[in-house]
Design a protein around this ligand. Sequence first.
Ligand code: G6P
Length: 364
Amino acid sequence: QAAQKGGYRHFMLKEIFEQPRVISDGLTGRMNDDKSMVRLAELDDLPVPKRLHIVACGTSYHSGLWGRLLLEHWARVPVQVEIASEFRYRDTLLLDKDDMVLVISQSGETADTLAALRIAKQNGVTVLGLCNVVGSSIAREASAVLYTQAGPEISVASTKAMCSQMLMLTLMALYWGTRKGCLSVEESRNNLQILENLPALLDGSLPAMHERAKEISRKYAQVNNFFYLGRGHCYPLALEGALKLKELSYIHAEGYAAGEMKHGPIALIDPSFPTFALALDDALLPKVKSNMVEVQARQGQVIALTNKGVELDAEDRWDIPALPGPLSAFLALPALQLFSYETADYLGKDVDQPRNLAKSVTVE
Ligand code: G6P
């Protein structure tokens, strides 16, 4: 096992550090010769959906929430994102023959997601699978499949799989956007250029990120509660950050849309209830900053994951490199993962196999 961990203390840490490689592998063969447009041969024979229903569980569901914003923005495809265990018991009134259902599953074996796929197929809707495990049930039963090529993920808590799902969702949004003509080739090229440079940027940033995660986690490891706040594309990241902290360290954590805090959760804030704010340098930053002030006005401590040059007031500031718009998520995600990893490891928890959790939930 030590050899399989490649010198890392845990599989989870190894898998976090594999993310630059996951991105470069995921991009291999996915661009045309002049690197201006995405190639997704798997989708060439399928019409661009009028509407997309993304169905998934756990971390894969968070990828779907994040991908929705890119698919709506670049490809102008209306997207609904649903938790599979809810979707499967709802009336399927919204499913139309011109719609597409996208099921996202690392394992391709999650029972609720597989059931959702079958319901969609019974309704005559095209189902696209986004899976990591080749030949898995979902990959076999879907009308078409895209593989994330993240390689085997051993740690129960998903890390690199989310990165690979986000990458494929980005490529889908660029692909459908240029195919429909609503995204210019120039814009597509610019974003592909950012993605191509991403592995090197991330690889160079991970060691410092790991150090900062260590420092901050030591300070907060003894708290019982945590908020994760974000807006726009950082809202799904806030959900994922909170999920990772719960899964690994057993600290109660809630991910919240920052603007929704005032409708209840803010009542919980006190000096012992810190907030992890996703305060990246994007259009919604001023709004997030005002939410941080509201937390601090109630004596809540704030960790701000942000970018150099951003002016803000936080008890603990954590700068990561900036990228335009939603693609900055590829740098924020590993920071959240490392923070949870370090907190759990410091508390002596079983990082790779947290209590009560399974890698793949094949029963309902
Ligand atoms: C389990 C795992 C999670 C995963 C979820 C969905 O709960 O512990 O890490 O996100 O299942 O799994 P899937 O394989 O469908 O992506």
